[in-house]
Design a protein around this ligand. Structure first.
Ligand SMILES: [Zn+2]
Length: 231
């Protein structure tokens, strides 16, 4: 195969050998690809700084089975404003990590790609974790793991309180769940279901307390950990 050209996001980087970088990219039209950028850590490299985390880049590469070979790289957007705020950086990194762990390699994923771009662009003005929680729920859904947050999966109870059961990808009411799973109050379940089923740009409508954000994070972490162990 000859040279290919793509545009996308840097999800993960690691140093390799003396001066190389191995970079995981999420490219429009190509999906998740891992590539080696030879000599990118040399002081005079034209690739210096291009493959920093969360950058949007254009890349020319030789596709190979496991590790593509970067021929050229250009920085398109470094999201400088976003990166000045640690909370927002951590939000963006959390979503990048989800994509790195759950995207199947070499598979075009157009809707998750567009959603991630919208998320990064909107994050500059975001003060809370709502849009991160919303985008993580939506990405899980787009990747075939939509969490069931509307009612108890066993008896259909909608009143709650509930527990989230990662192995079932959804809620059970307290009497069906017993001690299993992560506690979720009915109000939080409704808020998360709302975020999941409405456009990302509307997530500001939902109010979550600090405590609720923590519970949502715990739930997402357990679920994503479980899914990424299975892939
Ligand atoms: Zn039940």
């Amino acid at each position: 195969m000859g040279l290919e050209r793509g545009e996308g996001f840097v999800l993960r980087t690691r140093e390799f050998a003396e001066a190389d970088i191995i970079v995981t990219l999420f490219l429009r039209g190509y999906g998740k690809r891992t590539a080696i950028a030879k000599g990118a850590r040399r002081l005079n490299s034209r690739l210096g700084g291009v493959f920093d985390l969360l950058n949007r880049v254009e890349v020319v590469f030789y596709p190979r089975d496991r590790l593509d070979l970067v021929s050229q790289g250009t920085l398109l957007d470094g999201y400088e404003r976003l990166k000045r705020d640690l909370t927002r950086v951590n939000s963006a990194l959390s979503v990048a990590r989800l994509l790195d762990r759950l995207l199947p390699p070499h598979q075009e994923e157009d809707a998750p790609y567009r959603l991630f771009g919208r998320f990064l662009s909107g994050l500059v003005g975001e003060q809370s974790g709502r849009s991160r929680i919303a985008v993580e729920l939506k990405l899980l859904s787009l990747l075939g793991h939509r969490p069931h947050l509307r009612a108890c999966l066993r008896c259909g109870d909608r009143q709650g309180p509930f527990r989230f059961i990662p192995t079932r990808g959804g809620l059970l009411c307290r009497s069906c769940a017993g001690e299993e799973g992560i506690p979720v109050e009915a109000g939080l379940a409704r808020a998360l279901d709302w975020l999941l089923s409405h456009p990302l740009e509307k997530s500001g409508v939902v109010r979550l307390s600090e405590q609720e954000e923590k519970q949502a994070d715990a739930l997402l972490k357990e679920y994503i950990d479980l899914l990424s162990r299975g892939t």
